[in-house]
Design a protein around this ligand. Sequence first.
Ligand SMILES: [Zn+2]
Length: 260
Amino acid sequence: MARHGGRGWHGRVFAAAVGVTAVAAATSAWTAQAGPFSGHAGAGASAHASSPAAGAGRAPVAVSIVHASDKGARGVNITIDDGPDPVWTPQVLQVLKDNGVKATFCMVGTQAEAHPDLVKAVVAAGHRLCDHTVSHDTTMDKKPDSYQSKEILDAAGMITKASGGVRPMYYRAPGGAFTPYSRHLAASQGMRPLGWNVDSKDFERPGIAAIIATVKGEVPNGPTILFHDAGGDRSQTVAALREILPWLKQQGYSFGFPVR
Ligand SMILES: [Zn+2]
């Protein structure tokens, strides 16, 4: 997809990956976040984050970019970006189910809006939602705060509406294009900024073996691993996950969610 066409954004990927890891103090908010959003879902609703009536469903979380797993030192976080997609998301869900793995899906707002059934399927399977903006602009860190705000809050509304009221628990900037402003905004909405440590490079379709080798080689770097379920033919991703997930288990890793 054109928005991923350039390789330049991978530089920012690294910048995001090496961000400070901090443990969220607000761990007690997890269950509240996972529950149905009882407020008025929709893009406009998100603008009132700071009002006292915002409620526990959007209790603030830490603003730093998280990489840690709630499963501790031998935990890994599987993260799946850019969907949902009618062809690939069901296949990814099946692989995860076959391996008993829960993952975090970073969804693009327009994709969520177009495929609410898939968003609901992701939630029903016990996975978590992450806001990946409306239009996946990897240069949004160069744009005005007002633009960043709209991209993030509108996507949160679209994802929440599509899910039937379950709010995204994380925010991942496209290409890692975080700004201090966007991190604070997301955190104020209960969405922990989410980085990654291992880019499987699956988006570039380097071949199944290459994807597997990248993950195996880089998983010592940190627990959060990046895959994609949209943006083109993801058959390599699906095939690679079929091998990687059992391998990780054999290595003694357990599968968790990013710390909030
Ligand atoms: Zn993305």
